[in-house]
Design a protein around this ligand. Sequence first.
Ligand SMILES: *[C@@H]1O[C@H](CO)[C@@H](O)[C@H](O)[C@H]1NC(C)=O
Ligand SMILES: *[C@@H]1O[C@H](CO)[C@@H](O)[C@H](O)[C@H]1NC(C)=O
Ligand SMILES: *[C@@H]1O[C@H](CO)[C@@H](O)[C@H](O)[C@H]1NC(C)=O
Length: 422
Amino acid sequence: MGSVSLKIGDGTARFRRATLCSSAVNILMLLSVLTTNLFALYAFTSSPKDHHTQHLLHHTQKNISLISEQVSLILREIDSSQKKLAQMEKELLGYESFDLSRPNIANELKLFLHHHQLPLGKDSRSGITEMVASVGHSCEKSADFLSQYMNYKVSGPCPDDWSLAQRLILRGCEPLPRRRCFAKTVPKVGLAPFPFSLWKNVSAKIVTWSGLGCKNFECLNTKKLSRECVGCFDLVNGADNQRFVKARSKNDFVIDDVLALGGGGIRIGFDIGGGSGTFAARMAERNMTVITNSLNIDAPYSEFIAARGLFPLFLSLDHTFPFYDNVFDLVHAASGLDVGGKPDKFEFLMFDIDRILRPGGLFWLDNFHCFNEERKRELTRLIERFGYKKLKWVVGDRVDAASGSTKSEVYLSAVLQKPVRV
Ligand SMILES: *[C@@H]1O[C@H](CO)[C@@H](O)[C@H](O)[C@H]1NC(C)=O
Ligand SMILES: *[C@@H]1O[C@H](CO)[C@@H](O)[C@H](O)[C@H]1NC(C)=O
Ligand SMILES: *[C@@H]1O[C@H](CO)[C@@H](O)[C@H](O)[C@H]1NC(C)=O
């Protein structure tokens, strides 16, 4: 106990307190063993010479049993408080293992999470003895939604509930359990061949609109969906048409300039929070493969990106990137990287980005919205700790007219090169 040091909220502090507590218990136990032994030693070594000694011994023995009774009472008390503390910690952190015995748990969920022993015993290569299905540990906190999600007819059509799935993901229930039903299909008619698909309007008919406020792209194009997506579904007249090829401000870098910094070694990339996939499209025109990370928050990003002939990755930013170390030549990220001003959360994310980027690879921070100078300084300090080479570094102020604000806000754009660490 006490060796776990997951840094979730102030979880570390609590674990540390538990460690302190357990060492106090150890000392107490040691003391009680010592006193009991000393008394016993006294009782056995002093020979009963007269009536007075006899009387004293009797008292001592009585006192010893009294003391040991007290000590065991204290120990029991400590033990029960420790158990209570551990329970509270589990509840606070959400690490309580799934209680599948509680009522209203969908049968399919029990079946999916059921452990299966390997038929031939322990596997020599992996060392495992059973197959365990994985769901996010936070699924436990949303057990009702999860049960609703797992309530369907086996081999029948799945309920039209992708937005429920996304709600679960956003609550940290990721990965979701697998289901044995057929997801709703939408005929994908009229998909254009690549590379024409990159800039061709996508028909509203080939997209699922259930669970969304808008029911067509015209509606979406009138909305400011995010900092990165203002009219980003209008590939013909929208602003995305010019993005990455024409600079609107000094914070905008042009793709070809950035690629030139990579010395011709850029082939595969990862775009975080990539909106409708325009960065990947511009890279595809240059024969480079980019995976676009996007959930379907308020808009059908994933389907749209796929319809353009690009690779959408449906994954929240809380999830470890499903890529091996040092594989990407380029990681592009804009304000989608913002994790609500949580510095330690952002740090975990930065380390994961660093992990998947190869040495010499480029990290393009594109118009990252810092809100204010203080946040910018924090971010700068964090980035500098990674020891990247600053190939480009531009801090700009901008009035975000689209959001109706008149206050000037701080934006950071940078192209950073990952060092070789030895
Ligand atoms: C036993 O404890 C009593 C007080 O509870 C004390 O007066 C007495 O001296 C103790 N006897 C011995 C032998 O320690
Ligand atoms: C589709 O393209 C036309 C121009 O060809 C444009 O006027 C229209 O707004 C586009 N539709 C959407 C939904 O973006
Ligand atoms: C991309 O690849 C195709 C086929 O290999 C080639 O014809 C085209 O010139 C390439 N485009 C660029 C921008 O390199």
